[in-house]
Design a protein around this ligand. Sequence first.
Ligand code: SF4
Ligand code: SF4
Length: 268
Amino acid sequence: MEGDSSKPGGGGAYHYWSRRHYLVATGGIAALSGCLGGDVDEADDAGTTTGGATSTTMADGEEELPDGVSEEEFENGPVPEAYRAAVSLGGEQRNADDLFAKGDVQFSEYDEALENDAHQPGRCCANCGEFIADRNGDAFGACSAVNGYIDGADWCSVWEELPEPSVPEGLTESELPTAQVPAEYRTASSQGGEERDPDDLDTQEAVQLTESVEAIADGLGQPGQSCGSCAEFIPDKNGDGWGACAKVEGYVAVEDWCSIWEHVTEER
Ligand code: SF4
Ligand code: SF4
């Protein structure tokens, strides 16, 4: 059960905490994006590559586009209405009049980014502060810095590290993996619509919870995977920068990852 002090997490024996450098202070990052819009506009259709709908293969066979979206729209926008003024994982509001073109920021898919000297291991859109995860089930998201459709497994040269939340008052770092989360999260619904049951959660140790950048760099996770892009994530509700998870106990941050990751719209 959540909050059971007999579970692992203290004494520095847990790898997860050795990779974090918390500031012991109050405050936090701006609240993350709230509700998930399901509306689409003229540039969008219901296609998806992971959620059960369809997509269109481009002429060169290298890229799949959501149904009804042209190559021009995919590259340069406009993105569907749900993203146009959305707030990114790092709390940045997208402004359609103030975006880079993909061609100006070395934008590429992850495999190609591996060949780029400017890319660092594990970094991808899904763990970037500018990323806006899929909101309409087409498997693609958007970005508060770069125009066009964005996949979580893409990357560009203006990748931005997500701010690490501070340790909440009254807790220590070692307590966070097993601590009971604040009341507003305990039976909340995740961004994929899963209701959290505090009596039926995995431990963070059991699911190898760590930071997304580390997980992908180490080959544990796949490019595109982070808590921020996971169906089970419950975004920050109280402004302290932390969220929670419908499947895993304790405090969970948007830049984290675990082995039971699910695409944010997979369950829709
Ligand atoms: S890596 Fe670049 S394209 Fe991807 S979300 Fe971050 S800023 Fe946007
Ligand atoms: S990746 Fe794991 S810990 Fe993170 S939200 Fe998804 S299920 Fe929860």
